[in-house]
Design a protein around this ligand. Structure first.
Ligand code: SF4
Ligand code: SF4
Length: 342
């Protein structure tokens, strides 16, 4: 009997130790006084504070994701585009026109229509979608790698026609990850730098306004990176101001797994920032998911696959507040200052 009691006590003690270890691991994971893990509850942080939120107070840019297919597969593409990723399918000009009608109905003060992908020129209706936006008086920004999809005859003809008719209201923002061929190709594949330069030279000769987007993954200072771009642009006669952050946008690398603090309502005051400066205060993005009947509106361009940031099928449904419940919100918008617009 004593032996059995001793055995049971030993079993109970092991079970207790295991529970303790489990609890400790859980506490470590959660780092929480509210019993929550970070980014678990939409409105409350792990510490039990109210999560920061942003209202759409001045919609200036409406983005359309033209589809996630891309002609290349870059390292760390934030939207995981590739020649086979069709999670977001092609939008068409009729769908764009429908949302532009809604912009007018809702009296959104939109200035700019942005097109992003994937590679937007993979979409056969890219020119028609840009045209319908320009005809309504908007500025149009198309993000592109300026490679083969843009260089197809039909796209070049369309771009020339749009430039003649609408001039500098059309801008193409070309991704040049780094000013050196070696670093650009390391991210995008061998030979991509030269192909992008070929596209940019064509844009230069056609008089189409361009800007550039790069990355900051090589440990350079901002000034060093801009100096490198300035030399590259001058060498080829590209009219892009490398020192102007709106003309040469440098994006921080996106690491979704990096540990970042949550943003509470009090953070705005502590950081001296305003919720109105964050991208989701001034923009929304329309996407069409594979298999869906209709497009839907997302809070921003940075979180295309997170259901919590999907706001509804209409612009009316997308006018609500956005709770900053994602590491990207902290790292890129509130702490890092990322922007997806020119
Ligand atoms: S070109 Fe742009 S969309 Fe295509 S894989 Fe590279 S980063 Fe992604
Ligand atoms: S990632 Fe930035 S723009 Fe998107 S919802 Fe978060 S704070 Fe807003």
């Amino acid at each position: 009997m004593g032996l059995l009691r001793g055995f049971l006590a030993a079993v109970a003690s092991i079970a207790l130790q295991r529970n303790e270890i489990r609890e400790q691991a859980k506490m470590k994971d959660q780092d929480s006084s509210a019993g929550l893990a970070k980014f678990e509850h939409p409105q409350i942080t792990a510490n039990g504070e109210s999560r920061a939120r942003v209202r759409l107070n001045n919609p200036q840019t409406l983005w359309f994701n033209t589809g996630t297919l891309c002609n290349i597969t870059c390292n760390n593409c934030y939207i995981e585009s590739s020649p086979s990723n069709d999670r977001l399918v092609y939008l068409n000009a009729g769908e764009i026109a429908d949302y532009l009608d809604q912009v007018a109905e809702r009296r959104w003060p939109v200035r700019e229509i942005g097109f992003t992908g994937g590679e937007p020129f993979m979409n056969p209706q890219m020119i028609a979608m840009a045209r319908v936006s320009l005809e309504r008086g908007f500025e149009v920004l198309i993000l592109t790698n300026a490679m083969r999809p843009m260089m197809r005859g039909s796209m070049r003809e369309g771009l020339v026609e749009l430039q003649k008719k609408f001039g500098d209201r059309l801008t193409l923002r070309v991704s040049v990850d780094h000013w050196s061929a070696a670093n650009h190709d390391a991210e995008r594949g061998k030979g991509t730098f030269e192909k992008t330069l070929t596209g940019m030279k064509w844009l230069r000769d056609a008089g189409i306004r361009m800007t550039a987007a790069g990355r900051t993954v090589w440990g350079e200072t901002d000034a060093e990176a801009r100096k490198g771009y300035a030399v590259l642009f001058a060498k080829h006669g590209f009219q892009i101001d490398a020192r102007n952050p709106a003309d040469t946008v440098l994006f921080p690398e996106m690491d979704a797994k990096a540990d970042v603090p949550e943003i509470t309502s009090d953070c705005w005051g502590i950081l001296g920032k305003s919720p109105d400066d964050v991208m989701c205060a001034s923009s929304r993005m329309v996407v069409k998911r594979n298999g869906a009947d209709k497009p839907t509106v997302l809070a921003c361009t940075l979180l295309p696959y997170t259901p919590e940031f999907e706001l509804g099928e209409t612009l009316a449904a997308a006018e609500g507040e956005v709770y900053l419940n994602h590491p990207h919100c902290a790292k890129f918008c509130v702490l890092g200052g990322a922007s997806c617009s020119a």
